[in-house]
Design a protein around this ligand. Structure first.
Ligand code: IMP
Ligand code: MG
Length: 180
């Protein structure tokens, strides 16, 4: 158990929401320059961690949005990836010929999103699949994958808040912080 009084701010609430808004602009630009403004987008939220980022980001998307949820887990207890992905819920509607944006809290080793991307690309025959993450921890990458869109670069620190947890706690914190 960590002491919440020792939580330091990495990025505050206002700065984070501004970055997410800017990211939504970038995503809107990509879809409006490649597809018609009426083309729907299926936004897939990776539970549980992406829930706050997904809610904030989707408020600013301008195309018709369909919201879907999958539930995956790759972290064991604590601060290290288990190296395995558990798929707790992978049910998605038919995505044939659809534009899909997968939304995740953080890309760390890349295992979780590689797994989900492979699943969507092989099983669902979508038209266009893109990845948007709130935090890109590039220095921890072990798999050949990178996000198409990300709101912030983070270094190799274990962070919590805005959906990110430590042993299932602290997801509710409205900013991103770390324990020293
Ligand atoms: P990956 O599969 O190694 O890329 O790990 C991705 C998952 O690990 C994320 O969806 C998070 O749930 C978790 N994770 C990775 N780094 C952190 C962190 O710094 N804080 C909280 N969770 C993390
Ligand atoms: Mg996660």
């Amino acid at each position: 158990m960590k002491n919440i009084k020792e939580l330091k701010t990495l990025i505050d609430k206002d700065e984070l929401t501004e970055k997410i808004k800017n990211l939504a602009d970038e995503i809107n630009k990509y879809y409006s320059s490649n597809y018609s403004e009426n083309e729907e987008l299926t936004v897939v939220c990776v539970l549980k961690g992406a829930v706050m980022f997904f809610a904030e980001l989707s408020k600013y998307l301008k195309m018709p949005v369909r919201m879907e949820f999958v539930s995956l887990s790759s972290y064991g207890a604590g601060e290290k990836s288990s190296g395995r992905v558990s798929a707790l819920n992978l049910s998605l509607p038919p995505l044939e010929n659809k534009n899909v944006l997968v939304v995740e809290d953080i890309m760390d080793t890349g295992l979780t999103l590689k797994f989900l991307l492979d699943f969507i690309e092989t099983k669902c025959r979508a038209k266009d699949v893109k990845l948007a993450v709130m935090c890109d921890k590039k220095c921890a990458r072990k798999y050949d994958i990178s996000p198409d869109f990300y709101a912030l670069d983070v270094d190799d620190k274990f962070i919590v808040g805005f959906g990110l947890d430590y042993n299932e706690l602290y997801r509710n914190i409205p900013y991103i912080g770390y324990f020293e």
